[in-house]
Each structure stands twice: as C-alpha cells, then as structure tokens.
Design a protein around this ligand. Structure first.
Ligand code: PSU
Ligand code: MN
Length: 305
C-alpha cells in the first residue's frame, strides 16, 4: 500500500521477531492538552521500550499513514491546530487529500492490523453515548472491535457513555472482554462500575492464551482487555458522576452531537474536575502501556515455545 509507511525501527523489530505495541494519536491531539500530551506520548513509548517491546505510535502526516512516528512528529502533531480526528470513515479522504490526521481507536486498529501488529494500547474506547437508544450515537470503535483482529488494552470506557449499552453492543459484535485482575468493567476514572464481567484473568500469559485461541479459531474480531486504573489514582464514581451529568447537560443545551461530542465532553470534564481528570488519564495510559508491553512479550514467548 503506497500510503502506508512503517518506520525502520518497527520494520526491524518485526524482522527480528520482537514484539511491537501500537499507540493511537487522537489521545494526543484531542484527548489531552499541550504540553502534557507530548510528555505523556513520549513517556508511553519509553515505558514500552524499557519493558523490552517496541512502541509504534500511529498517525497520518500529509496524507501518509505512518506506523511508528518519530519524537519530532509527535511534537508536530501535538502542536498543530489543523489535525483531524480520523476514524474508519475518514481514512480515505485524509489520505487522498494529503491532510494531517490523528487516529481514533477504530482507525488505529485498522492500520495496526495492516502493519501486522497484534497489540494496541489506548486510554478509553469510544462507546454508546447516553441516549444512544434514540440518537444512535455509537462509536465506530465498537463495530471495529467486531471486525478487526487486534487486541486493545484499555481502562474500559468513560462513564460519559452509557456503559450498559456499550457492553450490549460489544456482545452483539462478538467481542471478548477480558478483565485484567478485575471482575467488573472499569469506568476509566473509576476502577469499577458495578457491571460484572464474564471473564477475569490475572496474568498477561493468560490473556495471551486467549489471543492465541482467537487466532487459531480464525475469528476476525478484536479482543478488549480492560485494565482498571490503580485505586490510589482513581476518582470515585460518586464524585465524577455529577460532573459528567453537568457536561452531558451542557452538550445537549449547546446542541453538540456527532463527531464533536466525545472531544467536547472530555474537555468539559477536564475543566469541571479542575485538572484532576487529566492526572488520572495520564496514570491509566501508563498503566495500560505496561500491561500492553508485558502482554506482547508473553505472546511472543509463547510463539517461540
Ligand atoms: N475516550 C477517551 N479518550 C479519548 C477517546 C475516547 O476517554 O481520547 C478518543 C479515542 O481516540 C476514541 C475516540 O477512539 O475518542 C472515540 O470517539 P467517538 O466517540 O467520536 O467515536
Ligand atoms: Mn459518535
């Protein structure tokens, strides 16, 4: 594919059978403010490198899809104003028109799969928005998880969404949800949501076995690993819920919907919670990067045995 550029570092790693972990870029451009976004994006890569895997942050620069952008390119993306949030439906236009784009969970999954990467670390996935039963605002992340065989490591989904409906949709899409050291679906800022999961595992090796079984069965769906924010960093559900309600009400009043809704809610909650949510966001990303690297290593070791 002419528009896909895989960095030398990632190519080498693949050639030498070293594990690669993909990272998304919408979290850099739309998920966190400058300069924390740059700092965090670099830290995530360092964590993955230190643990012995190779990070590959994915973004679109001037119409070229890049797997494994450089530190300079991370900086460019983080400071550039005109970077579009790119999901599955936007990919062909951004490529054809030579634009800059940051990739959502859905778009990152597609690209990682094309590049032959199995594991992908993010913060939270998109889901069914509150009121989704009427407005059909269902993130393309969920349908992507149903059709692209990538293992996504997340801290669940934000309670800005309807988590029950989100899990229903994932069930319909046939997506296994694996609780890592938890029996509940984590709600991003909070380690629990009260919603029980069917599958809990306690080691990266046990997750790797599920990934291998999915591949042996040639199931084309993704797997969602949910890794709760460590309790010492969490914002209790009772504290964050009124803040979320306020942000959701504001979005309705201002008639914000569609593609802009998630970035709007993320931004408002950051302001309402006076920066506390940003700290949590950074901590859970790091926590997910650690698990993603360990998981990729376990999977690689299993393949060698
Ligand atoms: N949820 C978060 N942080 C994020 C996103 C979601 O807690 O940064 C981003 C991700 O890139 C995700 C996208 O894939 O928003 C989902 O957007 P939408 O709801 O418009 O599909
Ligand atoms: Mn949407």
């Amino acid at each position: 594919m002419k528009s896909l550029i895989i960095s030398d570092k990632v190519k080498e790693a693949k050639y030498e059978n070293r594990p690669v972990v993909a990272l998304e870029s919408t979290v850099i451009t739309h998920g966190m403010p400058y300069p924390e976004n740059i700092k965090t994006a670099k830290e995530l890569e360092e964590i993955i490198t230190t643990l012995g895997a190779v990070p590959a942050t994915i973004a679109i620069l001037g119409g070229k899809i890049k797997v494994g952008i450089s530190k300079e390119e991370i900086e460019l993306l983080a400071q550039e104003e005109k970077v579009e949030k790119v999901s599955r439906r936007d990919l062909p236009q951004v490529v054809a028109q030579g634009k800059y784009g940051s990739t959502t969970v859905a778009a990152t999954m597609i690209i990682a799969h094309r590049a032959g990467i199995e594991f992908f670390v993010t913060g939270g996935i998109g889901g069914v928005h509150r009121g989704g039963e009427n407005n059909f605002d269902i993130s393309a992340d969920l349908t992507e998880l149903g059709r692209t065989p990538i293992t996504v490591i997340s801290a669940g989904a934000k309670a800005i969404l309807d988590l029950e409906l989100t899990l229903e949709k994932l069930e319909t899409e046939g997506v296994p949800i694996i609780g890592y050291r938890t029996s509940e679906f984590p709600a991003f800022y909070s380690s629990s949501s009260g919603i029980k999961l069917k599958t809990r595992v306690d080691t990266p090796q046990d997750i790797a076995k599920i990934v291998r079984a999915r591949n042996e069965l040639k199931l084309n769906n993704g797997i969602l690993v949910v890794n709760p924010i460590p309790e010492e960093f969490e914002i209790p559900y009772s504290q964050i819920e009124p803040e979320i309600k306020k942000a959701v009400a504001e979005a309705r009043e201002q008639e914000i919907s569609g593609f802009s809704l998630t970035p709007f809610l993320l931004d408002r909650i950051k302001e309402i919670s006076a920066g506390e949510s940003l700290k949590v966001n950074i901590e859970l990303l790091k926590n997910n990067a650690r698990l993603g690297a360990r998981l990729a290593l376990s999977y690689q070791n299993m393949a060698v045995l």
